[in-house]
Design a protein around this ligand. Structure first.
Ligand SMILES: [Zn+2]
Length: 299
């Protein structure tokens, strides 16, 4: 009955049998043999134990791995949420400041009586100019410390008369048509829509700093693609009270500058402009056009 040959076959097949990998007929053959053979039965029991234990520890490994993996995912999610929240808070703060300074500047922009003192530093050379605006008349005085003389631009109803004195020579160029616009308009933050403000909020840095005795928002890292309808500034200092520029910093580069009444692109060094404003103080006397009779007229 007991056939040693069968024992070898059965024991060879046992691992597959335990894992349910054997065919029905094979199963019957093995089961029949196990009923009769104690030796094979022992082997069968041992193997079953072993294989079950193996599977258990493998399951344990899988569970541990899943647990670790889930914890990692959860930590990563938390980190992403924290970073995103911080980003939203910081950008939100900047957006609020941008909207605030824009709104602050509105009442000043509508003023038609204002005085602005502008000091321009190119490298370490200082040039000054003063703007007197009263109603439809604007007088701009340029003072160049290294040249004896002056330059006055007198604007009225979108026409400009220029009066220059260099040493003893006095020259006037009259009736240049020009769009006067609002001089102050170029000295405040402006954007076409909220999207531009959001882009500005994302990319720039905003800190609080004192500049020329005024509490300012210092906006830096302004990317070049933010179109401000004017020169590109790398740093802006904006008055916390008026929303107007107190200082602008323009990096060296190719910029359009006024030359002989025309805008020409020129390579310019680093330029810093400082501004001081006064409102409702300009008198008729201050916007008096120079006496044209004293000047030699050029065309
Ligand atoms: Zn056997």
């Amino acid at each position: 009955m007991k056939d040693k040959k069968h024992c070898t076959i059965v024991q060879d097949l046992l691992p597959n049998y335990i894992e349910n990998l054997t065919e029905k007929e094979t199963n019957t053959f093995i089961e029949e043999h196990l009923k009769e053979c104690d030796e094979c039965k022992k082997v069968y029991e041992l193997l079953t134990k072993e294989i079950k234990n193996e599977n258990k520890s493998e399951n344990k490994k899988d569970i541990n791995y899943m647990k670790k993996y889930n914890t990692k995912i959860r930590t990563l999610k938390t980190i992403i949420i924290i970073i995103f929240t911080i980003f939203i808070i910081l950008t939100g703060r900047k957006l609020i400041i941008i909207e605030k300074v824009k709104n602050l500047s509105n009442p000043y922009i509508t003023s038609d009586n204002y005085y602005v003192k502008n000091n321009t530093y190119i490298n370490s050379t200082l040039s000054k100019h003063e703007i007197f605006n009263k109603g439809h008349v604007r007088l701009v005085k340029y003072i160049y410390p290294d040249i004896s003389g002056h330059l006055i631009h007198y604007y009225k109803d979108n026409v400009m008369n220029a009066y220059a004195q260099v040493n003893d020579q006095k020259i006037a160029i009259l009736n240049t048509p020009i769009d006067m616009g609002n001089w102050l308009e170029s000295n405040r933050l402006k954007s076409k829509n909220i999207l531009e403000d959001i882009i500005m909020a994302i990319f720039t840095n905003i800190t609080t700093e004192e500049c020329n005795g005024k509490q300012c928002y210092r906006i830096s890292n302004i990317p070049e693609f933010i179109d401000m309808d004017g020169p590109f500034y790398s740093i802006l200092y904006i008055d916390k009270d008026t929303g107007l520029f107190i200082r602008t910093v323009r990096p060296a580069g190719e910029w359009a500058t006024l030359q002989d009444g025309e805008f020409v692109k020129r390579r310019e060094p680093d330029t810093i402009d400082d501004y001081e404003y006064k409102f409702n103080c300009v008198t008729e006397e201050q916007i008096q056009e120079p006496n044209v009779d004293e000047y030699e007229i050029h065309t």
